[in-house]
Design a protein around this ligand. Structure first.
Ligand code: BT5
Length: 314
């Protein structure tokens, strides 16, 4: 958001401040104060004005300024009511040299999963892509998928939903004994083997969407359906970005929290990798994000593939 607008909001968040006082604190004209206040009102912020001055009364439910306001993570938010795919947009921004940008949308018309699968993204979701440029080799990037899953699972738990993580890129919730998909993550990157140029972590969260709008064969559900009421998308998005930003720098912490939320560990799994099928008990996760599977004959470390949870072992 416009830096001056952020300062206006911060100033009037807790107590009324008069126009002249704001102008002097921010070192701008009174006309400029008025323009910023009007722009913020247009963006959906409630700003009351009376004899005591301006007071912030309401923050919009969602949107770029709303998520930027009070966000404790170093990302610039680029918001779209509707866009084809936030990952595609983030890749374009990467080509233009941008970094530390989050592309956020209420609706996607061409959302993508892995292997070019369709990702349904109706209005009411949280569809976002984080673009950043970490100083790491390409081989380290799977850890960002784990970090994203941890960030969303933690936010969901804070919102009262017992979310669990399915290796490698799904966040699920158990509904009447069945696992249903709440979130999908798609990580894309470019660079040389020894050094990443950019990473885009796309996170699709079925937030306030009707599960009827999601593909029936996908066993999908939404945060609002599980809770029985909508989630605060602004706070949810902020929590995801804040956690992603902090855990992203500490692989041990990510792996530990991932293990805590994992639905995959201790389970019988079948994993389709590009070259083979691996069936056995998932016993651990290893840096940077490989699953260790005990097939009965040997321990196999799988770095990528589609994972099915088979019957519970207990
Ligand atoms: C994923 O792929 O789970 C990664 C999804 C990433 C979506 C985000 S949204 C923001 C960013 N912009 C994008 O364009 N993409 C990212 P995968 O594991 O391949 O799962 C895809 C499968 O999930 C589909 O084939 C469907 O069966 C199912 N599916 C589609 N839409 C769904 C939804 N909204 N909720 C749950 N399952 C869905």
């Amino acid at each position: 958001m416009h830096e001056t607008r952020e300062r206006v909001l911060a100033a009037i968040a807790d107590e009324p401040v008069s126009g002249p006082e704001l102008a002097s604190r921010l070192d701008i004209s009174r006309a400029a104060v008025w323009k910023h206040v009007e722009a913020l009102r247009e963006a959906g912020f409630g700003i009351a004005s009376d004899d005591a001055g301006y007071t912030l009364t309401d923050v919009p439910e969602f949107g770029g300024s709303a998520v930027q306001y009070g966000l404790d993570a170093p990302f610039e938010i680029e918001y779209h009511n509707a866009i084809s795919s936030t990952n595609a947009r983030a890749r374009d921004l990467a080509d233009e040299g941008a970094t530390d940008v989050v592309v956020l949308a209420d609706e996607q018309t061409g959302g993508r999963g892995r292997l070019d699968r369709t990702w349904h993204s109706p209005s009411g979701g949280i569809w976002l892509s984080v673009l950043f440029r970490p100083d790491v080799p390409m081989a380290a990037t799977p850890v960002y998928t784990l970090a994203a899953a941890v960030a969303v699972a933690r936010a969901a738990r804070e919102a009262g939903i017992e979310a669990v993580i399915k290796w490698p890129n799904d966040v699920l919730v158990r509904v009447e004994g069945e696992e249903r998909k709440l979130v999908g993550i798609l990580t894309e990157m470019e660079g040389e083997a020894d050094r990443v140029s950019w990473v885009v972590v796309g996170i699709g969260i079925n937030a306030n969407v009707d599960p009827g709008a999601l593909p029936s064969e996908a066993d999908a559900t939404s945060l609002s359906a599980v809770r029985g009421e909508p989630v605060d998308r602004r706070r949810f998005t902020q929590r995801v970005l804040e956690t992603f930003d902090t855990v992203g720098t500490d692989p041990d912490a990510i792996l530990d929290e991932w293990r805590e939320y994992a639905a995959t560990l201790g389970r019988q799994v079948r994993i389709d990798t590009p070259n083979r099928e691996v069936v056995g008990e998932a016993v651990d996760i290893e840096y940077p994000g490989s699953l260790v599977v005990d097939t009965g004959d040997e321990l196999v470390t799988v770095s990528a593939g589609d994972c099915d949870h088979l019957r519970p072992i207990r």
